[in-house]
Ligand binder design. Structure first.
Ligand SMILES: *Cc1c(COP(=O)(O)O)cnc(C)c1O
Length: 372
């Protein structure tokens, strides 16, 4: 049963857009390169289970998440494709991963040793992570790989099935560091292949690398932000190498409309004073929904026109200045398209001084996701 919902504020998730973005990406990739859909952080705030199911329908053959618990949520929703956890998981939890047939990321010899001390049914699959310049997690030197293999060969409960790295600047204007990382990875991969004989799945590319260098993506790409219809950066966007459709839009409805006299003060702190008689509308969304206080002064769409946010954004409500009286219940779009007008995620991100990735993650669980 759907949770009871009285408030008319919602995020609309267009699953057809997810399918469109995947097929656009597929067209660019060689036939031998598969797509792993990245649905960490509840599918970048879009909802991991519906997005994962739509992505599988659109032809992706694996999923990636950041946490083991995120992977279990997918398994419990009857999703049975391979799932890779990209982040560090405590070795004590490897038996749980094994039980759910979830692949973990490993890069520490002590992790391997600890896992082998545990009671485990069957084996846990791992992909080894190489740090070629991201500086986050992974092995940075051949020596480390050598020690890793030396321990791993005596680990009957751990099965190495893949190797990967992550780029720090694949979305940048200057690709020098990216190419340096690429070269470093190829060298380390050659070392891995010389010293380990079982077949390994190889993957390197996030959205930016995959869109820019689709021919160099090995067995899989890890397709995140652009699956959701957003460009990894303004540089990638400007290159127009792929046509994406944003899946996320954010809407509310007017709950109150009033005419205020010139000189009237709006919201906490009285930071907005009406310069003339003005129509002011109230919408039931605020920073308690992740619509941040800093959005004061930004705009929303009503009847296909931009209207300014006036006064402070409250926890649960926001006021907007209207060009005329509108009926209670009139739709207000905060992110996305309305008639021929559009407020792009990138515009909201710029206003907040952040990147598009962060914005749908900020929109809290209090805002229901409606799938269309
Ligand atoms: C989040 C993440 C991705 C996806 O990156 P996008 O830029 O969203 O495509 C890929 N790989 C790793 C290791 C990640 O953490």
């Amino acid at each position: 049963m759907e949770a009871f919902q009285s408030r008319k504020t919602w995020a609309e998730i267009n699953l057809e857009a997810i399918g469109h973005n995947i097929s656009q990406m597929k067209q660019k990739l060689p036939a031998a390169t598969n797509i792993m859909a990245v649905v960490k952080a509840d599918g970048y705030g879009h909802g991991s289970v519906p997005v994962a199911k739509a992505a599988i329908k659109a032809g992706v053959s694996a999923l990636a998440v950041a946490l083991l618990e995120e992977a279990i949520v997918l398994r419990q929703a009857s999703i049975d494709v391979p799932i890779l956890v990209l982040g560090w998981v405590a070795p004590e939890d490897a038996p749980v991963a094994a039980a759910y047939n979830i692949t973990l990321t490993a890069f520490q010899t002590e992790w391997l040793e600890r896992v082998e001390t545990l009671q485990m049914d069957g084996t846990v699959r791992i992909h080894m992570k190489l740090d070629t310049g991201m500086g986050r997690i992974g092995m940075r030197h051949e020596q480390e790989i050598q020690s890793f293999f030396a321990v791993l060969k005596d680990c009957p409960h751990i099965q190495l099935t893949g190797v990967f790295t992550h780029f720090a600047t694949a979305d940048a204007a200057d690709l020098m560091y990216f190419h340096q990382q690429e070269k470093c990875f190829e060298q380390m991969l050659a070392y891995v292949r010389r010293n380990w004989s079982t077949p390994l799945t190889v993957h390197v590319g996030n959205s930016a690398a995959s869109i820019r260098f689709p021919e160099q993506m090995h067995n899989y790409i890890r397709f995140g932000i652009s699956m959701y219809g957003l460009y990894p950066s303004k540089y990638v966007k400007a290159e127009k190498q792929i046509d994406l459709q944003p899946a996320f839009s954010l809407h509310s409805r007017l709950v109150h409309v009033k005419k205020v006299a010139a000189g009237s003060s709006i919201s906490y702190g009285g930071t907005y004073i009406a310069k003339q008689d003005e129509w002011i509308g109230t919408i039931p969304i605020g920073y308690g929904d992740g619509w941040q206080r800093r959005m004061q002064g930004f705009e929303v769409l009503v009847s296909g026109k931009r209207m300014p946010i006036v006064g402070r954004v409250c926890m649960d409500q926001t006021m907007i200045k209207l060009d005329q009286p509108y009926e209670i219940g009139t739709k207000v779009t905060l992110i996305g398209r309305q008639n021929n007008a559009c407020i792009e995620m990138d515009e909201v991100a710029d206003y907040l001084g952040t990147i598009n990735y962060e914005v749908p993650c900020l929109i809290s669980k209090r805002v229901p996701r409606i799938y269309v």
